[in-house]
Design a protein around this ligand. Structure first.
Ligand SMILES: *Cc1c(COP(=O)(O)O)cnc(C)c1O
Length: 398
């Protein structure tokens, strides 16, 4: 036997090499390490509700597991769940989908990825308003397409205007990504604003990926209206992405879905059948219970989120150097830190170092003058964390 030592050249594919690793992870791992060392860290980084999954959902999954519902299901999900999702869209959005237009995937993130991979390729442009959920541009790059970032600011409540959308559209534009209510800003577009953007996409033949995962997390009387719901043409141009993570607090279950025009749903079904296959069988039974069972948990959660949101928003605007537009959805605030003179990465690193408060730098979402604070943590934590933030800002601004 002859062993030859080879200097392996682990060539990373162009697509994978083009990805930026998540910027949020550096701060997150530092915060976790500090906590593990016994330091009193206040975390505003959470991207998930701090409530447990409602009991009846867990019971339904446990029952399915005990009954041996542990084998492959159809790649696109069990018929019962696809029907329950179609019913949900009828009930909540007045949208008519056949179950064959619904594809259940391993999380809303997976659904976004499938949609982009199924519709975009080299030479295509995808319009993404910033601040954006950090995975969208990376997914577009993985598909070989080009993200076209359109910057918005707190002066327009982080809303993409019809004029800015028109300017960004070229003959190469394939897809517009909308996310209302928004992560990271909490912005909720009004029905009129959503319609105006949808009208332009219909006129120009641009598809819309509408990420509606925060649909039910609304405050101050804000309403959610799906862009798909304005006309049959809007429906034909829209792919809705949704999931169980946020409104049912099922982040670890890895279950989401998309509702798409038939040919796109078919393509995604094929992609999924050769990549992940079905999402976890017994988890899907829990998801059926989530959609068909009682929804009273949401009222309690929303009341709690709302209390925290109002407290945090008022407090933030009293801190020197900080200004914050009020969020009307999701569970994030996105304060402007530009008057402190620091950019977001340095701001968050120093805040963590000196005051043991973890926040996510806005640059991760394409907006370096801001930080993201999640209020999916107790009011007591929020009070403590914002006191520390104030003390920190007073060292920067007077
Ligand atoms: C949380 C989230 C998702 C989906 O999360 P999953 O855990 O994959 O279901 C999708 N879009 C946005 C904007 C989110 O914040």
């Amino acid at each position: 036997m002859l062993f030859v030592s080879i200097n392996m050249n682990y060539k990373i594919s162009r697509r994978a090499a083009a990805l930026s690793p998540s910027l949020t992870l550096a701060i997150d791992s530092k915060a976790k390490q500090m906590k593990a060392e016994g330091q009193d860290v206040v975390g505003f980084g959470a991207g998930e509700p701090d409530f447990d999954t409602p009991q009846h959902i867990k019971d339904a999954a446990a029952k399915a597991l005990a009954a041996g519902f542990t084998k492959y299901t159809p790649a696109a999900g069990i018929p019962e769940l696809r029907q329950a999702i179609a019913d949900k869209h009828k009930r909540d959005n007045n949208l008519t989908y056949k179950p064959s237009q619904i594809i259940v995937s391993c999380g809303g993130k997976h659904s976004c990825y499938n949609v982009i991979i199924a519709t975009c390729e080299e030479g295509d442009e995808v319009i993404i308003p910033a601040p954006y959920w950090l995975s969208y541009p990376e997914m577009v790059k993985l598909a070989g397409a080009t993200p076209v970032i359109v910057q918005t600011t707190d002066r327009t409540e982080f809303k993409l205007t019809p004029e800015a959308l028109r300017q960004a559209i070229t003959p190469k534009t394939r897809l517009l990504v909308l996310n209302s209510p928004s992560n990271p800003t909490g912005t909720v577009y009004t029905p009129e604003e959503i319609k105006a953007l949808g009208d332009i996409c219909v006129e120009k033949g641009v598809l819309i990926m509408s990420d509606e995962i925060y649909e039910h997390l609304l405050y101050d009387g804000a309403t959610h209206r799906s862009v798909a719901s304005f006309s049959p043409a809007h429906l034909e141009h829209t792919i809705i992405v949704h999931g169980f993570a946020k409104a049912w607090s099922m982040t670890g279950w890895r279950l989401g879905w998309c509702a798409a025009p038939e040919p796109i749903a078919k393509a995604i079904d094929a992609i999924q059948s050769h990549s992940t296959s079905n999402p976890t069988s017994f988890a899907q039974k829990g998801a059926v219970a989530a959609l068909t069972g009682p929804q009273d948990h949401l009222k309690t959660w929303l009341a709690e989120f709302d209390k925290r949101r109002l407290f945090a928003w008022k407090k933030l605007n009293s801190i020197p150097g900080i200004s914050c537009v009020n969020a009307k959805g999701a569970f994030y605030l996105f304060p402007n830190i530009s008057r402190t003179g620091l950019k977001s990465t340095e701001f968050c690193a120093r805040l963590l170092e000196s005051e043991k408060v973890a926040a996510v730098p806005g640059i991760a979402f394409g907006a370096d003058d801001y930080i993201r604070l999640s209020y999916a943590t107790s009011l007591a934590n929020i009070e403590k964390g914002l006191e520390r933030l104030e003390r920190f800002c007073r060292t920067l601004v007077r």
